[in-house]
Write a protein that binds this ligand. Structure first.
Ligand SMILES: [Zn+2]
Length: 54
């Protein structure tokens, strides 16, 4: 299982942006409970009340 930070890093790289920009847009990793074999345990959801000190 990777960490939320690792997931966000990978997501940002995949879509050509930065984690800081994702957070600025209100996006953040959330635990995923699907049964997909390739799921890494996280999805990028909308964190409306994200409290993070960039
Ligand atoms: Zn999943």
């Amino acid at each position: 299982m990777i960490t939320a930070q690792e997931f966000e890093d990978g997501y940002a790289e995949t879509v050509g942006t930065t984690v800081q920009q994702l957070h600025a847009d209100g996006r953040a990793a959330e635990p995923c409970t699907c049964d997909w074999d390739l799921c890494r345990g996280w999805i990028l959801g909308y964190a409306r009340q994200l409290q993070e000190s960039a």
